[in-house]
Design a protein around this ligand. Sequence first.
Ligand code: GLU
Length: 503
Amino acid sequence: MERKVRTRIAPSPTGDPHVGTAYIALFNIAFAHVNGGEFILRIEDTDQNRYTEGSEQVIFDTLGWLGLDWKEGPDIGGEYGPYRQSERFHIYGDYAKKLVEDGEAYYCFCSEERLTNLRDRQKAMGKAPGYDGHCRSLSKEEVDAKLAAGEEYVIRLRMPYDGTTVIHDRLRGDIVFDNDKIDDQVLLKGDGFPTYHLANVVDDHLMGITHVIRAEEWIPSTPKHIQLYRAFKWEAPEFIHMPLLRNSDKTKISKRKNPVSLIWYKNEGYLKEGLINFLGLMGYSFGENKEIFTLDEFKENFNIDRVALGGPVFDLVKLGWVNNQHMRLKDLKELTDLSLPFFRECGYIGETVTEKEYSTLTKIVELQREFCTTLKEIATTSEVYFKDEFSLPEITPEMDKKEIKSTERLYTAIKDEIGKKSIELFAEKIKNFPTDEISLEEAKATLHATLDEIGEGPGKVYMPLRAVLTGLTKGADLYNLVFIIGRDRTLARINSMIKKYNI
Ligand code: GLU
């Protein structure tokens, strides 16, 4: 009978959750989905030295944020639990000892000192480091005597010395390893803790994992795992090694060159839809030239054979484009709600938001989402819609000639005849609005009417208006500005500037 497809990710809680974890989770989820299977989450926390407090919870939170849901896991349980290796410690020792009984593994009593010397000698001879099999042929009596004497030991796998181990990788074809190059790896450490290899294989087996889809960097571990499955006489899962995400210089993605923490992407204001979509483009093509899709669409259409192995580059510019597309697609109210923390961070709104503020924010978001790449950018580029008190820019020595000229022009524009008249006429028209609310069409019509009545070019009329409404030489589109800030704040800005500059 065909086994039910079960896939997993098995992150170690050793720090900030990595984009690579989300990437691998996405492909595991999609693979399980199209095969009518299940995806589970296991926490591999056997390495106490690298354990980071709180990191497990952040893995749950960030994967949850992205909608990468698991059917079983440490937080929700399941019939193959526990799903946290630290709660399964009692299991691994017995399995290691069973391999010893079957002659597939052996006790090794070599001291740290001997192993260090061995490594140094191998290094000096230009050989690859590896265990030399010193304890492989100890007799049962010798072993028992050492155990009885309380000597410290590890348990090692007895690797065959000849032959080959082959990974039949669905994406990469057969990868062949000479057995004599594979070390007699440690399965159980001196402190009784399992190594990654032992715990990983035992758990994948006991949890019914049928497909191990993990990053390319684990390829060197896979022959060891295949040998462990053989030694246990267990059916091995199918191994599929995904390409590594890369920096733009094609090196393995790294903190120094590219943000890798999922928390960073969340705090930066990428939408979960944007990040997921982008990860779904890494080494994968959806087909039909479709670049923008949802998680559900990705899952529905998934075909693992479309994974390409050329190292996908994690390009933030492309991510920005993808995220922008999703910001445009998103329900406006939802997007506004999601952007609130970012406006708050900029100090533009307080803890609670009035109805009026909310309506202004909605207008800003609707406008800004057209060209911003993140929620944070929407907020940080919105100052002009919030700051009612401002001054014209000072001319400073750092300015280049062009800037000096355009700034000087701003000062003359508000003082000359046309400028004064334009400001006055425009203010008059705005004052006549019966409500604070001005529609975009009305704002446009008012600005056009001012232009027509003054009878001068748009530069002559709009420059002084822009100066009193924003204090800037360029930027914000005036139609939208008036629409967003409304009658009262438009007038307040004009009046305050009239006073300040004696217009
Ligand atoms: N604990 C390993 C990790 O941190 C799991 C690797 C695997 O998928 O086997 O990614």
